[in-house]
Design a protein around this ligand. Sequence first.
Ligand code: PLP
Length: 346
Amino acid sequence: MITFYPGPSKIYPQVAGYLQDAFNEGILSQNHRSTAFMGLLQESIELLKQKLNIPAHYHVYFTSSATECWEIVAQSFTSKGSYHLYNGAFGQKWFEYAQKIAGGNVAGQKFDAEETIPVITEAAGEFDVFCITQNETSNATQVDVSKIPSLNALVAFDVTSSMGGVALDWLKGDIWLASVQKCLGLPAGLGLMVCSPKAIQQAEMIGERQHYNSFLFIHENFEKYQTHYTPNVLGIYLLNRVMRQVENIELVSKKTVARARDFYEFIEKQTALELLIKNTRVRSDTVIAIEGSSAAIRLLKDKANTAGITLGNGYGAWKETTFRIANFPAIEDWEIDQLKQVLIDF
Ligand SMILES: *Cc1c(COP(=O)(O)O)cnc(C)c1O
C-alpha cells in the first residue's frame, strides 16, 4: 500500500533495518543517564542541526509530541499572554489549549485560508509570545516566515508538517515545534523543539517550574545531554539514523518545492478536481488539498484504494469534499507517478 496520508505518514523503508540495528546494538536497554545514551542524544542533536541548517546558537530539545510543545509554550514562555494567528484546525487547537493553560491574556485572530497572514502589530508589552502555525496541515496552507516582522515578544512557529521538508529561516523565530511523523518520515512518538537564546532567556526570567515538562527542567537536563523523563530512546535512535541518511535541507527543500509546483500544475489540468486553495502565494509545499464533489471524492478514494493507494482524508469541514496528499521527502517520485495515473484514469 502506498500512503499519502499527511501524518502519520509514510516511513522511510530503511527504518525497518534501523529498528533491527537498535535492538542489536543494545541501546534500548541502556539507562538514560548512561554515557551511551548521552552520546546518542548529543550526536542526534548535532546531526539534526547540521542537516536542517539550524544555527549553532539555537538549542534543540526532544519532547513526546508537537501537542506537548504547545503546552510547554503556554506554561513556560508565557506570563503576560500569547497571541495566536491561525487559519485552520491545528492553529485553533493550539489557541484553545493556550487559553486553558495560560488563561489570562490569550487572544487570537483567525484569518482566511486564502489570505496571507495579517501584519502583526505589537501593542507595547501586551503579549510574550506570538503563535503561528507555519504550515497548516488541515487546509494545506503555509505562512511565508520572511513576512513576519521582528518583535519584542517571542515568535513561536508550529512547523510540524514542514520541518525536514522545506528549508526554514530559523532566525525568524524563537520557538519552533514539530514532531517526527510527518516530513521526517519516522514513527510517531517524538516531538522536537528548537529554541533561540532569546527564548531561553525569557523562560529564565519567567522561572516557571511547576510541571514535569517545565521548559527550564528540560533545558537544564539537555545541557548535560540528559532528559527530564525516561525518553523515547528508540525514537531518538531512529531520528539519528534518518538524519545520517537524508541530504542537507537545502537540497531536500528544492526537491519538495519543485515536486509541489509540478503536482499543483498537474491538478489544475484535471477537469473533475480543483485545488482547495486558489491563492498560489499561500499554498503549502508539503501538504496539498484537492477538492471535488463529495460523490467524486468518494469514488476517487475507492479507485485509489483498489490501486493500492491511500489518500489523506479531508479535515473538519472539508472532510467529504477534499482529500489531502502529503508531499513529504520519504515519498518517492514513482509513488507520485502512480497517484497521477490513478487521477488521470479517473
Ligand atoms: C500533526 C500536527 C500536530 C500534532 O502533532 P502531534 O505529534 O500529534 O502532537 C500539530 N500541529 C500540526 C500543524 C500538525 O500537522
